[in-house]
Design a binder for this molecule. Structure first.
Ligand SMILES: *Cc1c(COP(=O)(O)O)cnc(C)c1O
Length: 237
């Protein structure tokens, strides 16, 4: 077994255990493999082990891998910061975008989504810990933003995404995730016609806490591929 196969198996059993603790069906939690800085060949290994959804942060790096892996049936998720002049290739090449935090970006993605493709699945990124340096919409601004985004033609508003301030205490990790679940429930009541079924939250260090509070997509990099090496990484963001 390759190391990636091993780690993937371990992650699936951790997801199953956390879901069962929360009285949830394990298949309601999807594992998104976060593959930033990873070579196309490593994604191919994960694909061979059964992984189908991959998340990328840097546009040019992502486009190179999408091209190199065209022969595989992969669901591509964009999870990094978005500049408004870079929305077109995102609209053309991805299935999901988790990091929309302002209306202008959503509007451009909708306008630039090619005819004939399914609507682009969007999560609104929330600055749940209200850190000044972090991207994401503030919780108080969500209802207005969600209403505007929900009205866009080529967008399917699926839910919310967050990267809370890091915390080593598993009990304290749950707090911002619980707040996210409450925010999603509020939006579901506000916009009953939208398919708001997604909470994208939890990374290698806080996956269990996120699942206990309702995560439906956990975004896992390090625990699947090992520590990242940025030294020879030319980030084209
Ligand atoms: C890098 C990254 C992850 C994965 O983080 P790990 O700690 O390596 O699991 C998840 N989400 C986002 C938005 C990221 O940028």
């Amino acid at each position: 077994m390759t190391q990636i196969t091993d780690r993937l198996e371990k992650l699936h059993s951790q997801i199953k255990a956390a879901a069962e603790t929360a009285n949830r069906q394990p298949q309601t939690v999807q594992l998104l493999a976060v593959s930033k800085t990873r070579e196309a060949d490593e994604l191919r290994q994960a694909w061979s082990a059964g992984q189908r959804a991959f998340g990328e942060n840097y546009l040019q790096e992502a486009l190179d891998k999408i091209e190199a892996l065209q022969d595989l049936d992969i669901g591509w998720h964009f999870i990094g910061p978005i500049q408004s002049n870079k929305t077109r290739p995102i609209a053309e090449n991805f299935d999901w975008v988790h990091s929309v935090d302002r209306f202008k970006i959503a509007q451009r993605l909708s306008d630039q989504r090619p005819a004939g493709m399914a609507p682009l699945n969007i999560c609104l990124q929330v600055n749940i810990s209200e850190e000044t340096s972090k991207s994401g919409a503030l919780p108080a601004d969500l209802p207005a933003l969600a209403a505007e985004v929900a009205a866009l033609k080529n967008i399917s508003l699926r839910g919310l995404m967050a990267i809370p301030a890091s915390n080593d205490d598993p009990q304290l990790q749950r707090r911002p995730f619980a707040q996210m679940q409450a925010l999603l429930q509020t939006l579901q009541q506000q916009l009953p016609d939208q398919p708001l079924d997604t909470l994208s939250m939890g990374m290698s260090a806080d996956m269990e806490a996120a699942i206990l509070e309702g995560a439906t997509i956990v975004r896992i990099g390090t625990a699947l591929f090992g520590p990242r090496d940025y030294s020879n990484h030319s980030s084209n963001h």
